[in-house]
Design a protein around this ligand. Structure first.
Ligand code: SAJ
Length: 418
C-alpha cells in the first residue's frame, strides 16, 4: 500500500519507518521544517533505539520520503500531538488541522487512521466534520478508524511488533481494513471494536496507572507518619496474586499518564471525582518532596542549605524533560528560598539556570543530594568518592540507590515514604 503519515514525532516517525521497512511506500509529513529536512538527510530529531538504521534502510530503499505536505495515498495515518491546555482541557486543533490537510487528497477506497491519544468522541466530533468535506461517503467510500499507540519510549520497535492493538473502526469494514494493514508487522493480537470505545480504552490504560500511582503516593505519605518503609510494604503486598500497587515518586511526568486522565475529567467532571483527585495527589508530590527535604534539613539544624537535585528527566534512563516533576520540585525549592544546583547526565543542554553538566560541580558543598529520577547512572555512583559534599545526606525519592552501600559510606539515606 502507499501510506501518508501525518506527524513525524516519537510515534509517527517510527511507525512510518516500520511500514516502509515492510514493503509499503510511505510519505511522511510534518509542520516542523527542520524535522523534515533532517529525516530527508537520514538524521534523527528524536532519540529511539534502532531508529537510525531503520530510517537509513527506508530512505536508501526509496520507500520513505518526507515533506511538509500530504500526497495521495491508499492510507493516511494521523499521529500528531493531542496535549492539554493550561486550563486542563484537550487541545485538539492539531488533530483537526492534520485531518483537514489530507482531505484534498482523499480518493474512493481510502482509509484514514488516527493514532493520537484523544478524548472519547474525537473521531466523531472533530475528524468527521472535516472528512465529510471530501464528498466521499463515509464507511463505504472512505474508511476511518482509531488505533492508539501503546509503545513505551526506548522499546518502540520491539513493542510495535509484539503489543496487541486496539482497532476502533467507525464500521466493521474500517476495522477490518485497519487490522489488515497493521498485520504487515504486528505479531500481537488485533482487538476490533468501535472508534469511541477504542478512544476510551486507551485513555483508561493511562488513567489506571495515574490512579494507581496516586494510591502509592498516598500510601507513602501515610507510611512516613508511622515509620514504615512503603517500598518494602508495597513489595510485600504485591506478592498477593491479584495486587499490583505501583510505586510512589516525586510526581508523575511525561505527556501521557499526566495528561490522559484530564480528558475524562473534562468529559464528565461530575463523575470523574476519583480520577480528578488522583491527578491532584500526583501533582502535589513535588511540593511534598520539597517540604520533606526542608523538614529533614531543619531537623538536622542545617541553616541556609544548598540542595543538589539529581535527575531532571521525567523517568529513568531517557533524555525527555517535558512535563517532568523534577522541574516542579526545583521551583518548589526556589519558593522555599533554598539554594540549589541541578544535574542530569541524560539532559545535555542546560534548561534550568541552576543546571550544570558537571556532577562534581552539582554536588560541591551540597547540604543534601535529592534523587528525583531513577537513572542507572545514579545507581552506579560510588558514594565513597563523594568527598566534596558539605553533609552526607541523600534523599532518594525513587528508592533507586543501594541503601547499604551509601550508609556504609557514612551517608544518612532517606526515602520518600519511609
Ligand atoms: N511513575 C511513578 N510510579 C510508577 C510508574 C511511573 O511515579 O509506578 C511515574 C514515572 O516516573 C513517570 C510517569 O509516572 O514520571 C510516567 O511513566 P510511565 O513509564 O508509566 O509512562 P509513559 O508516559 O512513559 O508511557 C505510558 C505507557 N502507558 C502505560 O504504561 C499504561 C505507555 O505504554 C504508553 O504508550 C504511553 O504512556 C502513551 O504514549 O500513552
Amino acid at each position: 500500500k502507499s501510506i501518508c503519515v501525518v506527524g513525524l514525532g516519537y510515534i509517527g516517525l517510527p511507525t512510518a519507518v516500520m511500514f516502509a521497512n515492510h514493503g509499503h511506500k510511505v510519505h511522511g509529513v510534518d509542520v516542523n521544517e527542520k524535522a523534515v529536512t533532517m529525516i530527508q538527510n537520514k538524521e534523527l530529531h528524536i532519540e529511539e533505539n534502532g531508529l537510525q538504521e531503520r530510517l537509513n534502510m527506508a530512505i536508501d530503499g526509496g520507500m520513505l520520503t518526507a515533506s511538509m505536505k500530504p500526497e495521495e495515498a491508499d492510507v493516511f495515518i494521523i499521529a500528531v500531538p493531542s496535549p492539554i491546555k493550561a486550563d486542563k482541557t484537550a487541545e485538539l486543533e492539531y488533530v483537526r488541522k492534520a485531518t483537514a490537510s489530507v482531505v484534498p487528497f482523499l480518493k474512493k477506497g481510502n482509509l484514514v487512521i488516527l493514532e493520537s491519544t484523544v478524548p472519547p468522541r474525537t473521531v466523531e466530533d472533530v475528524m468527521m466534520p472535516e472528512l465529510v468535506q471530501s464528498g466521499l461517503e463515509i464507511g463505504t467510500e472512505l474508511f476511518v478508524s482509531h488505533s492508539p499507540e501503546r509503545v513505551i519510549p526506548g522499546r518502540v520497535f520491539q513493542e510495535l511488533v509484539t503489543n496487541d492493538r486496539i482497532i476502533g473502526g467507525i464500521n466493521e469494514e474500517s476495522a477490518r481494513l485497519t487490522s489488515e494493514l497493521y498485520a504487515s508487522f504486528v505479531e500481537g493480537k488485533m482487538h476490533e471494536t468501535d472508534a469511541t470505545t477504542a478512544e476510551l480504552v486507551k485513555v483508561m490504560e493511562n488513567t489506571y496507572r495515574d490512579v494507581n500511582i496516586a494510591f502509592a503516593n498516598e500510601l507513602a505519605m501515610i507510611a512516613q507518619g508511622i515509620n514504615v518503609n512503603i517500598w518494602e510494604a508495597i513489595k510485600l503486598a504485591n506478592y498477593h496474586p491479584r495486587v499490583n500497587i505501583h510505586t510512589p515518586g516525586p510526581g508523575v511526568g511525561g505527556h501521557c499518564i499526566a495528561v490522559d486522565p484530564w480528558f475524562l475529567v473534562e468529559l464528565d467532571p461530575e463523575k470523574s471525582k476519583l480520577i480528578h483527585l488522583a491527578r491532584k495527589t500526583n501533582d502535589g508530590m513535588p511540593s511534598y518532596t520539597a517540604q520533606l527535604t526542608a523538614d529533614i534539613l531543619n531537623a538536622k539544624g542545617i541553616k541556609d542549605p544548598k540542595i543538589a537535585v539529581l535527575g531532571l528527566a521525567f523517568k529513568g534512563n531517557i533524555d525527555d524533560m517535558r512535563e517532568s516533576p523534577s522541574v516542579e520540585v526545583v521551583s518548589q525549592f526556589r519558593e522555599r528560598g533554598m539554594k540549589l544546583t541541578a544535574h542530569d547526565p541524560h539532559i545535555k543542554v542546560n534548561n534550568l539556570p541552576e543546571q550544570t553538566q558537571s556532577f562534581d560541580e552539582a554536588i560541591q558543598d551540597a547540604s543534601a543530594l535529592v534523587v528525583l529520577t531513577d537513572h542507572q547512572a545514579f545507581r552506579d555512583i560510588d558514594p565513597t568518592t563523594l568527598t566534596n559534599v558539605a553533609n552526607k545526606i541523600i534523599i532518594d525519592t525513587k528508592n533507586c540507590i543501594n541503601r547499604e552501600k551509601w550508609e556504609a559510606a557514612g551517608f544518612d539515606v532517606y526515602l520518600l515514604g519511609d
